[in-house]
Design a protein around this ligand. Structure first.
Ligand SMILES: [Ca+2]
Length: 599
């Protein structure tokens, strides 16, 4: 077999497996040391970094459409003991950012570059512009492809959403197995029923909740299915390749619409939200300050909706009860994943990270009465029929119409509702705006980092206040995995990483970031440089336009209530100039929109 030279050190092709020379050398060292020091190497997994430490396993967990204060350790009343435990013994970032939307966040997260550079500046439609192909480019690597260079085994359970090809017989070159993962269970598309997800796959093959021979639960619920399959992958890894480190990407669709949850989980939140939006916001705001997650001078953003004006209060509270139950169920699943890692005695050297893909969702999906009557002529889908719809009009597997908006009380499979702006405003306490926007309510996420062997003892339970972004996750994974990031992969030039490793924060050191953090989605733009944030809204559609820049000091105004643009015009000009240069460099421009200002 031909030997080739790669950029992550010498790479030898040997029986279809990539092995670095350093790894081979270290294995030899390991073998001789094992004779001398059998006890010291009891937990050795066969791969060592330059520091002679075993490479950590990595578990990356991301949830969907959740606000900054939706989990217990970030101020929520929702019960998340498993995430709270990880936070208690790990680090919590107070100013971590995503890209404000599902696909772009996943593209940036998986590749370590801004989403437009990865080809997914918008969603998964092809706009025929470099930053907007709706498909991960080949000039970027996925975390799995990068970690594969160091012999990691890569598994994924959950939502993919970084390809425009979602049909069972269509091209699959950008599906998980073709982007570095050895095993995949989950959905290719971005949303759908939790009881019958569209584009559900095992590896490269479409399955249904009924016909998948590897997973036959009594009640099918997607969040449980994602957790259970993640646990199975961990167990299989322990028997199939115990000597190798693993990377497990768990990508939940909780708590994205529709509001679907199991009765036993919903029951826990019955009556919890009867007092309306304001009381829950106040309680979360107080808790965020008590936990130190926001500065004591932070003000609460304005209330979006008035509880007194809500016409159908039982329907509105039910949506939030189910939303809470969806998060509760996810946390239970994270508990099962953690328990399996502990059972295998790998908890100490497994880096676990949890984050959210965008801010809380104020979209109108599932909020309104349908315009047309429900169809009554649906036929059952049977064992092998695929669910093809992700929103109504649609049917359940057994042939009932799915009812939506105020016609349905959230929870069961024949319902489709959205949580709505009033509760999204609660989820994003104390911030302004929502999913889609570059304001803090759109782009802020918790980040919990748990790694007993890697996070210094004195840092455990602490808060990290340096800003970070999802582009930093790839750099962190390759850093802790001991991988020199390649500039070529399979004969293709790979663009350099934009993110920085978060590892210095694990011991209280400064990040090595030498640039600002940038944002653009749907013409909503921002730049975060030190304590300054310049941000503006945009409008897409027939009359696409950009609104004026707003300037905020993040050290005391993360709620973005005191616009300093008029006071500091020179700062606005300077930051706007940097944002423009980035927009050209990072392929945000040319835009896929016709904007008067740009012509
Ligand atoms: Ca999302």
């Amino acid at each position: 077999m031909r030997a080739t030279i790669g950029n992550s050190g010498q790479i030898i092709h040997r029986t279809n497996r990539l092995v670095t020379l350093r790894e081979t050398k270290m294995k030899t060292v390991h073998r001789s040391l094992r004779v001398l020091l059998p006890i010291a190497f009891l937990t050795f997994n066969g791969y060592v970094t330059a520091d002679d430490e075993p490479r950590p396993n990595i578990v990356l967990i991301m949830s969907d459409d959740m606000g900054y204060s939706d989990i217990g350790c970030y101020g929520s009343e929702i019960n998340t003991p498993n995430l709270d435990r990880l936070a208690e013994n790990g680090l919590r970032f107070t100013q971590f950012y995503n890209t404000a939307r599902c696909c772009p966040t996943r593209a940036a997260l998986l590749t370590g570059v801004y989403q437009h550079q990865a080809g997914i500046g918008l969603m998964t439609g092809d706009q025929r512009l470099p930053g907007y192909r709706g498909e991960l480019g080949r000039n970027v690597l996925s975390i799995a492809e990068a970690l594969g260079l160091a012999g990691y085994r890569n598994y994924m359970s959950g939502k993919w959403h970084v390809t425009r090809h979602t049909r069972p017989q269509g091209p699959k070159e950008n599906w998980p197995l073709q982007r570095g993962f050895e095993k995949f269970y989950g959905t290719i598309i971005g949303a759908g029923s939790f009881y019958d997800p569209a584009t559900l796959c095992r590896d490269n093959t479409f399955v249904t909740p009924i016909n998948d021979p590897k997973y036959q639960p009594e009640t099918y619920y997607y969040t449980d299915a994602i957790s259970d399959n993640a646990v199975t992958y961990l167990a299989e890894h322990a028997s199939e390749s115990p000597e190798k480190p693993f990377f497990l990407y768990v990508s939940y669709t909780a708590a994205h619409w529709p509001m679907h949850a199991l009765p036993e989980d919903i029951r826990k939140y019955k009556g919890k939200y009867d007092s309306g939006y304001a009381a829950v916001r106040r309680q979360r705001f107080k808790q965020l300050k008590q936990l130190g997650l926001i500065d004591s001078s932070t003000e609460l953003s304005p209330q979006s909706d008035r509880w007194e004006q809500v016409e159908n209060k039982p329907w509105e509270t039910r949506n939030m009860e189910v939303y809470a139950a969806m998060i509760d169920n996810m946390d239970q699943g994270i508990g099962r994943i953690v328990a399996e890692i502990e059972r295998q005695k790998k908890f100490d050297n497994t880096l676990i990270m949890f984050l959210q893909d965008n801010g809380a969702c104020a979209e109108g999906f599932g909020r309104y009465k349908p315009k047309r009557p429900y169809r009554t002529d649906y036929k059952p889908l049977g064992r092998d029929g695929f669910q093809t719809k992700i929103w109504p009009p649609m049917q359940t597997r057994d042939g009932r119409p799915v009812k939506n908006g105020p016609d349905a009380m959230a929870g069961p499979e024949d319902t489709f509702t959205g949580v709505g702006r009033g509760w999204a405003n609660v989820s994003n306490t104390p911030f302004r705006e929502y999913k889609h926007f570059a304001h803090e309510g759109g782009v802020s996420t918790p980040l919990i980092v748990h790694w007993p062997a890697g996070v210094a003892k004195q840092r455990r339970g602490e808060l990290e206040r340096q800003p970070g972004h999802v582009i930093d996750i790839m750099a962190t994974c390759t850093d802790v995995g001991g991988i020199k990031f390649p500039n070529k992969f399979a004969e293709t030039e790979i663009i350099p990483l934009e993110g920085v490793s978060l590892k210095p924060t694990f011991s209280g050191r400064k990040l090595q970031r030498d640039d600002a953090i940038y944002f653009e989605h749907h013409l909503n733009c921002a730049i975060r440089d030190g304590d300054w944030k310049l941000v503006r809204k945009g409008q897409t559609g027939r009359n696409s336009k950009l609104f004026a820049w707003e300037l905020y000091n993040m050290s005391n105004d993360r709620s973005e209530l005191h616009d300093l643009a008029k006071q500091h015009p020179e700062k606005v000009q300077q930051l706007a100039g940097r944002w423009e240069a980035w927009a050209v460099r990072a392929k945000v421009k040319p835009w896929p929109y016709k904007i008067a200002e740009d012509e």
